[in-house]
Write a new protein. Sequence first.
Length: 212
Amino acid sequence: MDVTQAVRERFDGRAPEYDDSTMHRELAAAVAGFVSLDGVGSVLDAGTGTGLVLRALATRPEAEGVRLAGIDLSPGMLTVARAALPGAELVEGDATVLPFADRSFDVVTCTTALHLFPDADAALAEWVRVLRPGGRVVTATFVGFEPGKHHRHHGGGDGAQPAPVAPYPMHHDRFDSVARMAAFGAAAALRVLRHTTWTDGNDTVLLAELGR
């Protein structure tokens, strides 16, 4: 199975109504609020989708003049993102092979996408490569994800029926606790600097900031 192609096709299909989900919008706002912009001049959003996190960041006064960039596999999702945030640098591509120079970003964010990467460790290594000294990674990952349960992120908009089982593997168990996120980051010499949880009453998400 070509996991990359399967993920691309699935999210292309979801692009037109992805932003209809209250969960997606509120989680993006929570992630954007969690990101510290103190001294930050550039942010890369990996697996940006429709750019919801970048769009939420752009509303913060501290983001004025900050370079906002995003990368995603899905051209359909990026079409929505470009229409909503024309000033951002939005690139179609693989988050494990970034088309950006070394030390070109202060923050890399990734919201509910890590579990989709066939090689999350390669993604993290790339994020570290493009981070400037003192840069940070901010992740949002599902806690207590149960296969078969209706999760709004996977199942579509609010009130939607549960979606069919995704046609590709998902790796929630690597990122579903602070301890596991710490172990993930340690492979790239990162540690969890701070963390919190967010919930809409249906999904619970761990927000973590990793750095050296």
